[in-house]
Design a binder for this molecule. Structure first.
Ligand code: B3K
Ligand code: ZN
Length: 880
């Protein structure tokens, strides 16, 4: 599509106060009658034509104020409905369209998932149902009558409250009437109809409103929604406590569907979910699945206030609802689970998904200023970095002012479509802080680099920090300015423990909190009364989404990895140490030498395993610490001329060495963690299982035969999917004669469980062997695989693009395979096709040969004449 620019924003010429929809469902011929109460927008200049958006629509009829519209009086195409001379005052426009949900493969608008009808309207799907002012700043009340065949669709769901139901005039059909009293933009519209099972529950809000809760699923799966239901109630209670936000309707329904482009959707009172974020049981779900369900259920629920009650003025403001809501769901999960463990996982996710975006051709602002396809901006930058920006805001103004700012935001903008400036303005106002430079986080792409240099003067007993920030150019932004950032830090004594912070270069508040504000390009802080050289614990809790260039020694990192009171940095120190060793290992391998043996690192791992075995540290924390940086992590650190095979070899060599060196301790830890207690998905039990799986993996890396024997025993004895799949992972990733047989047995056992087969597909695609590409091609004919289901595609094809050595094969065959898939999928599901293609986002950082293949692949796609706007946009920017 044509580029849309933030600077061109204009208020709508018309407002639509009321929407009355009459939807008569039929698989191939659904009839939609939309009656709109429209008036000119007093805030716009008058005299404009009325132009409604459409997308692949078929018009049946149009009426103005009850009378048929003269064909001369309007123009209708599949993409637009124009009334050149609309009435000057308020008028009623009735438009009938006909839809074919069965052939809607894009999964936007009204489509079929299994035997049910469902909708997805964000961002621009409502225009695939009826002609409308499809923009988030047009807010209306909705009254929706849904009619369907009773046998085919006994369940009829809409937004808001159920007003009535009954028999339709046509035999065998019935209807339901739903009204939503809250004004909403059309992207929050939803309906669901089908033969669905459900579980129900209730929640009483702080002010005593009883809310009926229900989760709908395919028949026979409804008991698997119990965990999601409990998570929903926890989320409802948490939002009352943490933000004073209550739910505002009498019902809250969730529907799990199998065909869904994204994770879930926050439609008012009727959330629609990808079933992988609802369904869980001991037998079928891993602990990560449980944690994701808790997080996504909370996320969509929290949107009721941050997104629905206050929505976005335009799609450039997407982070206003998404970054803020991710921040809210992260804080919720941190409160439900272990805060430091949650923080480490968030940062791992940010570095894996957002940092590469920021460092490559797809870099964009948290609040973009131009887009040609909005679907491509549901990104890690808008979501995850958007959440980091809110977290920084909270650190800068403090907990109390943050809550006051949120209260002010809810109070002032309830029922409106707001902007990022209005949001940040609330915090500037309540805190009295100047947040102009903070706004640069929204207006500049790229990950800032913070450099810190330290100098200890034993005679003067001073410790000097020189801190500087810089930001490299990104596409379209050659020059950058410094942004306000909170830097949490501490000085760790070699014997352990934090030194008191004394300095004339910082405010009382900074010294008391340990959070220092960097407003400018540089800042110097000299700490006094520092007798012995401390280890600098910098960017505690990852207080800003930046990369750090420091002058810490490996000895400092070893001290921090044992003694830092900040758990995030304790984890970070060991990761940094491992990263340094791995980077040298990669260099050595590329120079034809053997990677070094690093005694300090081996000792640090030994201490960690001992601490874990002795119960001195949280098992979940130990599990994260024992996990080496991924191949992609190392590639990012290297940054240019990346050779994936050398990275793989260096990592494998280190894993093997650690596994061999600590074999006995790891085996002992693995045995000790064999849990006799009944299964529970809680965070503490999950931590023990995570530790057990990583102990098995490291052990097997160093002791292949015994390791596989252990894995087979774990697979046989496990009473839950986390341990079963952890064992299977070792068996499938490592070559052995039993591999194929065991893997096939697993896939047969779960032949009727698509969500488990997704894990299995992804695992097959991750095997670090040259045969994997052929294996993946072969699996595309597996009876459970389907190119029309996004979960299957993401598991197998998306999984393969995450296989660092095989996707990046030096012969370019991995890229050619992705090309085939993207081009083949584009006509049916452009959103998923475009998303898959973003796997190319780091192509410029590869070594020459691979880079050549990658560029050739992108150029072959770019010259195709009939690409979707989605794929066209990604390929154009990737080459830009
Ligand atoms: N708001 C939805 C995103 C839908 C995007 C569709 N292209 C999910 C979420 O962030 O909660
Ligand atoms: Zn969201």
């Amino acid at each position: 599509g044509q580029p849309v620019r933030l600077v061109d924003y204009r208020v709508p010429d018309f407002l639509i106060d009321e929407v009355d929809l009459d939807v008569s469902l039929d698989r191939t011929a659904t009839r939609v009658v939309s009656t709109l109460i429209i008036r000119p927008n007093p805030a716009a200049s008058d005299g404009a034509a009325l132009t409604l958006d459409g997308d692949e629509l078929t018009l049946v009829s149009a009426h103005l104020d009850g009378a048929p519209l003269d064909p001369e009086a309007f123009q209708a195409t599949p993409a637009q409905f124009v009334l050149p001379n609309p009435p000057r005052g308020r008028f009623t426009l009735t438009i009938e369209t006909r839809l074919d949900p069965a052939s809607n493969t894009k999964l936007m608008g009204l489509y079929r998932s299994g035997s049910a009808y469902c909708t997805q309207c964000e961002a621009e799907g409502f225009r695939r149902i009826t002609y409308f002012l499809d923009r988030p700043d047009v807010l209306s009340t909705y009254r929706v009558r849904i009619e369907a065949d009773r046998e085919e669709a006994p369940v009829l769901l809409g937004n808001g409250n159920l007003e009535g139901k009954g028999e339709a005039e046509t035999a065998g059909r019935h209807w339901a009437l739903w009204t939503d009293p809250h004004k909403k933009p059309c992207y929050l519209f939803a309906l669901v109809a089908g033969d669905l099972a459900h579980i129900s529950d209730a929640f009483v809000t702080a002010s005593g409103r009883k809310v009926d809760l229900a989760i709908f699923t395919e028949h026979g799966r409804e008991e698997r929604a119990r965990y999601a239901m409990e998570a929903l109630k926890r989320a409802m209670a948490w939002d009352e406590k943490a933000y004073g936000r209550e739910y505002d309707l009498d019902v809250f329904n969730i529907v799990a569907v199998s065909d869904f482009n994204m994770g879930a959707m926050e439609n008012k009172g009727l959330n629609v979910f990808n079933d992988k974020y609802v369904l869980a049981s001991q037998e079928t779900a891993t602990d990560d699945d449980y944690a994701n369900i808790e997080g996504v259920i909370a996320h969509e629920y929290f949107h009721n206030w941050t997104g629905n009650r206050i929505t976005c003025r335009d799609w450039f403001q997407l982070c206003l609802k998404e970054g803020l809501t991710v921040f809210r769901d992260q804080e919720f999960s941190a409160d439900m689970r272990s805060r430091p463990v949650k923080r480490i996982s968030e940062v791992r996710g940010l570095r894996a998904a957002q940092f590469p975006e920021d460092a490559g051709p797809l870099a964009h602002n948290v609040r973009p200023e131009v887009y040609s396809e909005i679907s491509n901006f549901y990104t890690a930058t808008v979501y995850q970095k958007g959440a980091e920006v809110v977290r920084m805001l909270k650190r800068l103004v403090g907990d109390e002012a943050f809550r006051a700012g949120m209260d002010a935001y809810f109070h002032r903008y309830d029922g409106q479509a707001a902007t990022v400036e209005q949001f940040v303005g609330c915090f500037a106002e309540v805190s009295g802080r100047d947040l102009d430079r903070f706004m640069r986080w929204y207006r500049q792409a790229g990950t800032p680099k913070v450099t810190v240099r330290t100098a200890h003067d034993p005679a003067a007993r001073t410790y000097r920090l020189e801190i500087a920030q810089s930001l490299a150019p990104t596409p379209g932004q050659p020059t950058k300015l410094p942004a306000t950032m909170p830097l949490a830090l501490g000085l760790v004594d070699p014997e352990g423990g934090d030194l008191p912070l004394v300095s004339a270069d910082a405010s009382e508040a900074e010294l008391a909190s340990g959070v220092f504000v960097l407003d400018d390009a540089e800042r110097v802080i000299v700490f006094r009364d520092v007798a012995r050289r401390p280890a600098l614990s910098f960017l505690r809790g990852f207080s800003a989404p930046v990369t750090v260039d420091d002058d810490l020694t490996e000895q400092d990192l070893a001290v921090l990895s044992r003694h830092d009171p900040d758990h995030f940095n304790r984890w970070q120190a060991l990761q940094s140490l491992v990263t340094r060793v791995l980077l040298r290992g990669v260099k050595a391998i590329r120079a034809g030498r053997a990677p070094e043996r690093n005694a300090a690192l081996v000792a640090a791992f030994g201490a960690l395993i001992d601490d874990a075995r002795a119960g001195r540290i949280d098992p979940a924390f130990a599990a994260l610490s024992l996990a080496l940086p991924t191949e992609a992590d190392i590639a990012r650190e290297i940054g240019e001329n990346v050779d994936p095979d050398a990275i793989y070899a260096a990592r494998k060599s280190l894993r093997g060495a650690l596994g061999r060196k600590h074999g006995d301790a790891l085996a002992d830890l693995h045995d000790w963690l064999a849990d006799a207690r009944p299964f529970s998905p809680d965070a503490e039990s999950a931590g023990r299982r995570a530790l057990r799986n990583i102990a098995l993996a490291l052990y097997a890396d160093g002791n292949i035969i015994d390791g596989l024997a252990r894995a087979h025993r774990q697979l046989r004895d496990a009473d839950n999917m986390t341990e079963r799949f952890g064992a299977l992972t070792q068996i499938v990733l490592k070559p052995s004669s039993a591999r194929e047989h065991t893997s096939d047995a697993f896939s047969r056992r779960y032949a009727m469980e698509p969500l488990i087969l997704d894990k299995w597909f992804a695992l097959q695609a991750h095997i670090p062997e040259r045969e994997t590409l052929d294996r993946v091609r072969g699996l595309m004919s597996h009876r459970a695989f389907s190119m029309s289901n996004p979960n299957r595609v993401r598991a197998l094809i998306g999984g393969f693009t995450g296989n660092h050595t095989q996707f990046n094969r030096p012969d370019g065959e991995g890229y050619a395979f992705l090309e085939e898939i993207v081009v083949g999928l584009d006509p049916t599901n452009p959103q998923v096709a475009a998303r898959l293609l973003t796997a190319m986002r780091s192509w410029r950082s590869l070594e020459e040969i691979r880079r050549g293949h990658a560029e050739a692949m992108l150029r072959r796609i770019a010259v195709l004449p009939s690409l979707s706007p989605d794929v066209r946009d990604i390929v154009t920017r990737s080459l830009g």
